[in-house]
Design a binder for this molecule. Structure first.
Ligand code: HEC
Length: 164
């Protein structure tokens, strides 16, 4: 089963839904963000969330060598609540409850725009086992327009930034 353990996916259901990646905490950690908001229509400030970002190791190695993300690149964005007053802590935040994951995936054999976007966090807070990709205008368009490298927001990830 060693070979299978190395197979980071992507894996799909027969219905063309992406199966939630597992084991990503052992992939390459590329950075964390806190409370970023890019919705110009968000009137009220929401509770800030942490995002922890991971990339599958094979794609990380190829990106480091070539500056390009290969096919089957998977980026996992784990979403966590920000804890504050707990235990001895009086100031600042720590990463508290895991809410779930969102995924960006490059797979041109399935998706016309190469990159597809998925949210495994259901509205009721539970985790979906498999989900369909969002339509282009929900996610892809903003990533395509504003991300520094091939739809990926490398400008915010110290490990992938070209100019640290
Ligand atoms: C208005 C712009 C915008 C839209 C729309 C958007 N994103 Fe993003 N996304 C970002 C920014 C900025 C980041 C940088 C990291 C962060 O937010 O923590 C990001 C990062 C990500 C990442 C980490 C990998 C990467 O590409 O950098 C994933 C996964 C992701 N978004 C999923 C989604 C999904 C799913 C949707 C649609 C439901 C979506 N995004 C819609 C701006 C956007």
């Amino acid at each position: 089963m060693a070979a299978f353990a190395q197979d980071h996916g992507p894996h799909y259901t027969g219905d063309n839904e992406l199966i939630r990646p597992e084991g990503y905490r052992e992939w390459v950690f590329i950075g964390a963000t806190l409370g970023m908001s890019y919705d110009p229509n968000s009137a009220k400030r929401k509770e800030p969330k942490f995002h922890n970002l991971y990339i599958n190791p094979a794609s990380y190695r190829e990106y480091k060598e070539t500056g390009r993300f290969p096919e089957r690149t998977i980026l996992v964005m784990e979403v966590l609540t920000a804890g504050s007053h707990s235990s001895i802590n009086k100031q600042g935040n720590f990463q508290d409850k895991v809410l779930g994951v969102e995924v960006a995936l490059k797979d041109t054999s399935r998706f016309k725009e190469s990159w597809a976007y998925f949210n495994f966090i259901r509205d009721d807070g539970s985790a979906a086992d498999s989900v369909r990709a969002f339509p282009k205008e929900s996610c892809w368009s903003c990533h395509d327009e504003h991300a520094a490298t091939d739809n990926v927001f490398t400008q915010f990830y110290p490990v992938l930034r070209r100019d640290p």
